[in-house]
Every structure is written in C-alpha cells, then in structure tokens.
Design a protein around this ligand. Sequence first.
Ligand SMILES: NC(=O)c1ccc[n+]([C@@H]2O[C@H](COP(=O)([O-])OP(=O)(O)OC[C@H]3O[C@@H](n4cnc5c(N)ncnc54)[C@H](OP(=O)(O)O)[C@@H]3O)[C@@H](O)[C@H]2O)c1
Length: 166
Amino acid sequence: MKKISLIAAVGSNGELGYNNDLIWHLKEDMKFFRQTTINHPIVMGRKTFESLPHLLPNRKHLVISHQDILNPEVKTFHSKEEIDAYLDKLNEEVFVIGGSSIYKMFILEALKIYLTEIKDQREADVYFPDFNKEEYIKKTLLEVQEKNIYYTINQYTKRRVLCKEK
Ligand SMILES: NC(=O)c1ccc[n+]([C@@H]2O[C@H](COP(=O)([O-])OP(=O)(O)OC[C@H]3O[C@@H](n4cnc5c(N)ncnc54)[C@H](OP(=O)(O)O)[C@@H]3O)[C@@H](O)[C@H]2O)c1
C-alpha cells in the first residue's frame, strides 16, 4: 500500500519558490528535512531535481518528467500512472519533496503532511496547494526563531489513518 507523505516549507500565503529556487534557506528546517527523509525514497518533479545542489545522500531519487533524466542514480517516471505502479509495490513511507506540480499531484493521497509554516510573505511564482485542514490532526513538532524569521514545523496526519491505528 502506498504511504505518501508530503514535506514542504511555505510562507504565510503558501509561497514555495521563486525563479526555480527556494525562497528561504533555514538551518533548522533543512536539518528537519534531512532527519525526516533520510533512508526513504523521495519523489520530485524535474524542476525541483534540477534545483538541487547535489544528489541527497541515502535517499532514492524518483523524478517525474516527460524526458529521460540521464543520471544513473535517478529513476525517472514519465507519468503519474507509471510512478503509482512503482509506489504501490513499496511498503515504506515515501516523501514527496516538490515542487508545486508534484505536491498537487499527490496531495489528495497524502497520509501525512510535514509543513514548515514560515511567518513571512515574499514574492513567489509557485505555491503549495490548498488542502482541507479539517481532514487532518495538526501536531506542532518544532517552533523556531532563526535570525528574524519565526516558523513552526507541523505534522498533519489524516484523521482516517489515526482511526485505523487505534
Ligand atoms: N518550499 C519548498 O518546500 C519547496 C520544495 C520543492 C520545490 N520548491 C520550489 O518549487 C519550484 C519548482 O516547482 P514546479 O512546480 O515549478 O516544478 P516541479 O514540480 O519541481 O517540476 C515540474 C516538472 O515535473 C514534470 N511533470 C510534472 N507533471 C508531470 C506529469 N504529469 N507527467 C510527467 N512529468 C511531469 C515536468 O517535467 P518535464 O518538463 O521534464 O517534462 C514538469 O516540468 C522551485 O522554485 C523550487 O525551489 C519548493
């Protein structure tokens, strides 16, 4: 069964990125991202893949693109159907790490959403999709004041998953 988690950092208006780059580079958030995703497969769109400074260690990179990514460390999928067939066979938590188009693709299936919510507003050209927060239980994992930026790292868990776990 697919176990999809989304992980993202957003501004007060859901800002995700600008000019194919991140808007904020926050130390504690980066640390949380690494700790949470390490040793899990990560799913991303081709643009996010190209925006990474390097391959992220100890994580299998699953990239969605209409093209073939010529990198032996990366597995490319050409459609949602293609990656779904692959993910259906995995029995482990998979992290969708962006960008906007790939969050939209998976948001309705997300059992967990790890959302760093930054109290700041910036110019952006991509946004995190709206989701129904009523369907999730929110747990704040971390509150951080970094330089002049305040943010919280929140875990949203789908209510029906919590019911099944009882
Ligand atoms: N704040 C955060 O947490 C966070 C996290 C990740 C990314 N970001 C930001 O998000 C931005 C990138 O997001 P984005 O939405 O522009 O791009 P993206 O989702 O990273 O990648 C888009 C690409 O994915 C491929 N794709 C999408 N849907 C597909 C489908 N149905 N079938 C096959 N391929 C498909 C296409 O690649 P091809 O064109 O190759 O076909 C498309 O151009 C950047 O600014 C990045 O820094 C922010």
